[in-house]
Design a protein around this ligand. Structure first.
Ligand code: LMR
Length: 401
C-alpha cells in the first residue's frame, strides 16, 4: 500500500468538464450540451477559424523545429499579446513595466499567477465573486490560497449589487488578492460599468490590494479595446496588476492550450525581477509552454492582413452570440416561462445564469437530456436552430414541475 487512502476514494467530477464527459456517454438522441463554454456555429460545429487555417498553412511552409521554447514563451508572442491587452502605446508597455508570459491556456495563466504569488510570499487571501467560474475556487484552493467571496449580482441576478460588493471588499486587508473578470463575467454575463471599474480601481488603490484579472473572452463582449477598458482602469501609475488571458475562445484554439499571464509591475526594474520568479514558477510546473497554438496566434497578430481577417471572424462570433441571446429571450417569453429574462439579451459573453435549483438542473439532464452547469449556467454560444426550442421546452417543463 503506497497511495494515501484518500487517493482511493473517488474524487467528485469537475463541475464543467465532468458534464462534458457525462454528455459524451449519454446515448439519448437529441441530447443538448450547454455546459462547457465553447462556441458553435449554426450547425452545431466548433469551427477552426479560416484565419487559423491560413496561419497553419504558413507555419507548415516554414522550416520548423520542435525545440523547447523559452520558459516564459516566444518573445514575439509575448510582445503581441501584451499589446492586445494593454495597447502598444500604453504607459505600462512603453515604460517596460508590463511583461507577458506564454501559458498553456487561461487556466495555465491563472495557475502561474497563483504559484508566483505563493512562491514569493505575497497575499495568501484571495477574494472572488460569488458566483464565479467553478474552476476558480478549486484552482486557487489547490494553489494554497484562503478564499473569501464577495457578493456580485443582486437578487435579480441581472445587475451588480454594488453596495454589497464594496461592503465585502472593505474587509480586505492590504496585500490581499482580488480576482476580477475583465469582461463577459462567467457565469452571470454581468460586467461592471465604466464608473464601477473606476470605483474598483479606487478601492484597490486605497486598500493596497492586488488585482488579478481573468480575461478569457476579450472581444466576445463589445470589442477588443472595449473589453480591455475595465482592467485599464486598474493600471494606474506605479500600481501593480496581474492578468490572465486565454485564446481558446477568441481564436477558437481550445485544444491548443494557448494563453498568457501579464504582470504590470511598479517599474521596469521590478518587472524584470518578477519575471525571474514567473520563470521559476513555470519551470517547476510544466517546464516550458507548448508551441503550436502560440505560433498560430503570433502569426495572425503579427500580420496586418491576417489580424484584420481575425477581427472580422471574431466580430462574427460576437454577433452570433448576441443573436443567440435575443433568440433565447424570445423563446423563453413565447412559452411564458415565469421570470424576467429580458436582461439576458443585453448581457455579455458566452454565459447566462438562469438561477435554477439543483433539482431543476438534474431534471433537465435526467428527464430531458439537457446539460447545464450548476444554478443553470448555460453556454449561450451553444444554441443552434436545432436545439433552442427543445431547450426552451425542457426549461418550461422543469420550471412548471
Ligand atoms: C467554461 O467556463 O465552460 C470554459 O471556461 C471552459 C472551462 O474550462 O471550464
Amino acid at each position: 500500500m503506497s497511495l494515501p487512502s484518500l487517493a482511493r476514494i473517488t474524487a467528485p467530477p469537475d463541475p464543467i468538464l465532468g458534464l462534458t464527459e457525462l454528455f459524451g456517454s449519454d446515448p439519448r438522441p437529441g441530447k443538448v450540451n450547454l455546459s462547457s463554454g465553447v462556441f458553435v456555429d449554426a450547425t452545431g460545429k466548433t469551427p477552426v477559424l479560416d484565419v487559423v487555417v491560413e496561419a497553419e498553412r504558413r507555419l507548415a511552409a516554414e522550416a520548423g523545429t520542435k525545440l523547447y521554447r523559452p520558459i516564459d514563451g516566444e518573445p514575439a508572442f509575448r510582445k503581441l499579446v501584451r499589446g492586445l491587452v494593454l495597447g502598444d502605446d500604453h504607459e505600462a508597455v512603453t515604460s517596460g513595466r508590463a511583461l507577458a508570459t506564454q501559458t498553456p491556456g487561461g487556466t495555465g495563466g491563472l495557475r502561474v499567477a497563483a504559484d508566483l504569488l505563493r512562491q514569493t510570499g505575497s497575499g495568501t487571501t484571495l477574494w472572488m465573486s460569488e458566483p464565479t467560474w467553478p474552476n476558480h475556487p478549486q484552482l486557487f484552493h489547490a494553489a494554497g490560497f484562503r478564499i473569501r467571496p464577495y457578493p456580485y449580482t443582486d437578487a435579480t441576478g441581472r445587475r451588480i449589487d454594488e453596495a454589497a460588493m464594496f461592503a465585502a471588499l472593505d474587509h480586505a486587508s492590504p496585500g490581499d488578492v482580488v480576482l476580477l473578470h475583465g469582461a463577459c463575467h462567467n457565469p452571470t454575463g454581468v460586467d461592471p460599468s465604466p464608473a464601477q471599474w473606476r470605483r474598483i480601481g479606487d478601492l484597490v488603490e486605497e486598500r493596497r490590494l492586488l488585482p488579478l484579472v481573468d480575461l478569457a473572452y476579450q472581444g466576445f463582449g463589445d470589442g477588443l479595446r472595449e473589453d480591455a477598458a475595465g482592467l485599464l482602469e486598474l493600471v494606474r501609475p506605479g500600481a501593480e496588476l496581474l492578468v490572465s488571458t486565454s485564446y481558446s475562445k477568441t481564436f477558437s484554439l481550445y485544444a491548443e492550450r494557448v494563453g498568457a499571464m501579464l504582470v504590470v509591475a511598479r517599474s521596469a526594474a521590478d518587472a524584470g525581477a518578477v519575471q525571474t520568479h514567473v520563470k521559476a514558477a513555470v519551470r517547476t510546473n510544466y517546464s516550458n509552454p507548448p508551441a503550436h497554438g502560440a505560433d498560430v496566434v503570433r502569426t495572425i497578430l503579427a500580420d496586418a492582413e491576417l489580424r484584420a481577417r481575425w477581427e472580422v471572424e471574431l466580430a462574427a462570433m460576437r454577433t452570433r452570440i448576441k443573436d443567440n441571446r435575443a433568440a433565447l429571450v424570445e423563446a423563453l417569453e413565447a412559452r411564458s416561462i415565469p421570470g424576467d429574462w429580458t436582461g439576458i439579451a443585453t448581457q455579455r459573453g458566452m454565459f447566462a445564469l438562469l438561477g435554477l435549483t439543483t433539482h431543476q438542473v438534474a431534471r433537465l439532464r435526467d428527464a430531458h437530456a439537457v446539460y447545464v452547469v450548476g444554478h443553470g449556467r448555460i453556454n449561450v454560444a451553444g444554441f443552434t436552430p436545432a436545439n433552442l426550442d427543445p431547450f426552451a421546452d425542457a426549461l418550461a417543463a422543469v420550471i412548471a414541475d
